[in-house]
Design a protein around this ligand. Structure first.
Ligand SMILES: [Zn+2]
Length: 107
């Protein structure tokens, strides 16, 4: 294992145990509660934050804004299995970033 992947693994563990459970997919800012994240969406006036604030998480529009925010392709079905809060959970976001990593290994 290279130093980089060791660092990454440790960093992932730290992040996963962080009290910041919800993440804004646009700025990757963490929030301890869903209502604080929603306030952040509401108070940020750009199109992506507003799109994530206004749209239903099961809508195509929301899906589009979310993918733009993270610059990642995420299967639409992955949203349909979740409730609104769950798609902003750190674990959900990390899971999809991990999948993107071309050289990621599976434990
Ligand atoms: Zn944000």
């Amino acid at each position: 294992m290279s130093d980089n992947s060791k660092q990454l693994e440790v960093l992932m563990k730290i992040i996963e145990q962080s009290p910041l459970r919800f993440i804004c997919p646009k700025c990757l800012k963490g929030f301890p509660r869903g209502d604080k994240l929603n306030e952040h969406f509401r108070d940020s006036k750009d199109e992506i934050h507003q799109g994530l604030f206004i749209n239903n998480h099961n809508s195509r529009q929301f899906h589009e804004f979310y993918q733009q925010a993270l610059d990642l392709e995420i299967p639409f079905q992955d949203f349909q299995r979740k409730n609104r809060a769950q798609v902003f959970e750190l674990a959900f976001i990390l899971e999809h970033i991990r999948k993107k990593e071309p050289n990621s290994y599976r434990e």
